[in-house]
Design a protein around this ligand. Structure first.
Ligand code: ZN
Length: 417
């Protein structure tokens, strides 16, 4: 008879051996897919218990125990006092939020994709990361996400939320709130899966012609691909009331091509911080104990780039064309020795965002009126970027500016001055 052994000794934190739920009858006489779902749900339940135990232990390492309490909420809707609620009622990856999480529920189609979270650690780890962020560092969670830049629109006007898959998400340019919140979720998925070990860097394609915001390069995928960057450009234009093929439409398209051409002509590699994969790697480099940067030897020093590429592109999409100022990395990253505890990182995430939160783009977008938005939510100079967090970390003495800039260079992100 096959049997299943959990090697608990390999876990950094030993999960509870038994959760006694008494005698229960599940789905008596229900359709067969309910029973398949139940197997996933019980595994997911064990994962959730394990994630809680690991978070609690990680915070206790340096006296941050009290933060753990913040992920529990009193919810009148469920008549629950100090609860973390786990719902099994959605599909795909699920949703983590303040005080709870939605995980995949029974699915009549029995689709494998609808059970991803139930059978993995990284996906629920990501969603649990959102709950941690919301409960423990609400000041930066409040930044929220403006999905405008990752919504695509086909020629019929149909729109899609198209956040990740294009080129594995590496060239995608998002708004900084998306990059921050999802980047933290991504990092927690990695943290709970493997201690935030990142084997390689998410440098992406170095050619500026291939950036997300050079739509002319992506005319060919427009007819077929939900994740086609040309469709993202179309959504931006139609939200502004700019008709396809109009002189203004063509001028904006040409302005973005000119931006890519100028960057390429200067020999620039693509450096951006408006990307959750990069922000996730930044978080993981803060947390991990891996000092090896041999992957970067000879890959960083002397590389020219255009700082704030996504901001430059957003400005051009809004009808302005600020001049380009290039920069060059002067050296490869030094060995990466920064190791924050999870409690320290969460403290910093609570501390680094101050003042009122800049809202997302309105619908419809008022064309030409968004320079303040671009400065706050598209630029690395804004308050929600990895650089803003790095600046805070340096000022508060968590790490040196030199070490933090090493991490930023190692990920092809802009350094802090
Ligand atoms: Zn997420």
């Amino acid at each position: 008879m096959p049997h299943f052994i959990l090697l608990q000794s390999i876990y950094p934190v030993r999960p509870p051996t038994t959760v006694d739920i008494g005698n229960q009858i599940f789905f008596d006489g229900a359709a067969s897919y309910y029973y398949g779902s139940l197997r996933g749900i019980m595994g997911a339940w064990q994962t959730m218990v394990n994630l809680h135990a690991r978070l609690q232990a990680a915070l206790a390492v340096d006296g941050h125990d009290a933060l753990y309490r913040h992920i529990f909420v009193t919810n009148p809707a469920t008549a629950c006092t100090a609860c973390y609620s786990v719902y099994f009622d959605t599909g795909g990856a699920g949703f983590g939020w303040y005080g709870g999480i939605d995980m995949p529920g029974p699915d009549p189609t029995d689709s494998m994709w609808n059970y991803l979270s139930n059978v993995s650690i990284g996906l629920p780890g990501h969603e649990f990361g959102h709950s941690m962020h919301a409960g423990i560092a609400p000041a930066s969670w409040a930044v929220g996400e403006d999905p405008t830049w990752v919504i695509t629109e086909d020629s019929s006007g149909a729109t899609t939320y198209a956040r990740l898959p294009f080129n594995n998400g590496l060239v995608q340019m998002q708004e900084m709130g998306v990059a921050l919140l999802e980047g933290f979720g991504d990092a927690m998925g990695n943290y709970f899966l493997n201690g935030c070990h990142v084997a390689d860097r998410a440098w992406g394609d170095p050619d500026p012609h291939h950036v997300w915001m050079n739509p002319a390069n992506y005319a060919s995928c427009d007819s077929s691909d939900f994740f086609c960057p040309y469709r993202a450009f179309r959504f931006q234009m139609t939200q502004r009331g700019i008709a396809e093929g109009s002189p203004t439409w063509n001028a904006r398209l040409a302005s973005l091509s000119d931006l890519a051409d100028q960057a390429a002509a200067a020999g620039a590699v693509v450096v951006t911080s408006d990307n959750e994969v990069k922000v996730s790697n930044f978080f993981c480099d803060l947390l991990d104990a891996d000092s090896d940067v041999s992957y970067a030897a000879g890959q960083v020093a002397g590389k020219t780039y255009l700082p704030d590429y996504a901001w430059h592109a957003a400005e051009r999409i809004d009808g302005r064309a600020p001049p380009l100022l290039f920069a060059t990395y002067t050296m490869d990253p030094p060995p990466e020795t920064v190791t924050l505890t999870l409690g320290q990182l969460l403290d910093a995430m609570q501390g680094f965002v101050t003042g009122p939160i800049h809202p997302g783009l309105p619908n419809p977008i008022v064309d030409g009126a968004n320079s303040g938005y671009d400065e706050t939510r598209m630029s690395y100079w804004g308050g929600y970027s990895a650089q803003a967090l790095a600046h805070y970390l340096a000022g508060a003495g968590y790490a040196t500016r030199t070490d933090l800039n090493g991490i930023l260079r190692a990920n092809y992100m802009e350094e802090i001055p």
